[in-house]
Design a protein around this ligand. Sequence first.
Ligand code: TPP
Ligand code: MG
Length: 329
Amino acid sequence: MAFELDKDKALSTLSLMLRIRLFEEKIEEMFSNHVMHGTTHLAIGQEAVHAGVSPALDPMDWIVTTHRCHGHTLAKGSSIEEMFAEFLGYSNGLAYGLGGSMHLIDVDRHNAGSSAVVGSGVPIATGMALQLKRSGSKQLAVAFFGDGASSRGAIHESMNIASVMRLPVLFLCEHNMYGMSACARDMVSTDSIAHRGASYGIESRMVDGNDVEAVFESVTHAADYIREHGKPYLLETRTYRFSGHSKNDKKLYRTHEEEQQWLQRDPIALFEQRLIERKQMSVIQMESLRQSIKDEMDTTVEQLMNNPQELTIEEAAGFTYASKEDSAR
Ligand SMILES: Cc1ncc(C[n+]2csc(CCOP(=O)(O)OP(=O)(O)O)c2C)c(N)n1
Ligand SMILES: [Mg+2]
């Protein structure tokens, strides 16, 4: 029988998925209204991966995420106030307003951050796993990466060394079918990225990344395996980003039919349907949950913008340039 979350966990998981979706929809609105600048990478459609990973781990486990990091950061427990403030460039943001969308970090919640350099987080998570092992900790590190990143050399080197040194790292591939406009079918040499684990002697599994309960169960299994055997694990989650790669993506590289097929498997709608069938939640409860989360997003942004904590030039420069005294040392 397929794995089922108990009622409380199912409700908190649906709530998290909705928070991630509505957070990103709010970002989209803020970009359209020119309230926010720069660019951003939305993961609308990938919420089952984001809500299925961190809640299945110990809060003390570490994550290192990617340029598509909003959902992972929310799932690790960061506040929407600090996240929106970061997007607005305010000093009360997660990275003092200096990083923006692609550079969210929250060390207090064991989120070691994200970077715009594709694949660069994987060797960092592997190094963290080495330190965790040396310190005798039972914690593990999760290295998120995409299908596009999966062919980068640093990832193969990381898998090799993690296997040789038996490091507690979960390589978590978020396969959303595309790396910018390049389709994984044309770019990845194997049918499944999980198959590559065998080359490095790493246990692996591929899971439906639009099924949040399947993701949760697979991550639980992988984390148990890592803690029990002291070895790495590779989990490939198959999903799809409904949004474009970043802002101004007309998505000319894929067909309307393909998008429609995936929209039929919207991870939130799938999970809601399941909860209704199990009589764990009613449509009215779901609508009211959605509305209350939407109100929370709107109110938070309004409050932040009514009291903007703009960075001063001195504060911004303080992080960018060393003082004469520092550089003389
Ligand atoms: C080292 C490096 N090469 C190229 C880029 C440009 N780039 C940004 S995102 C991206 C695609 C990444 O695809 P994937 O790993 O599948 O992640 P996704 O965007 O699908 O989440 C590329 C090539 C980059 N940022 N860094
Ligand atoms: Mg991708």
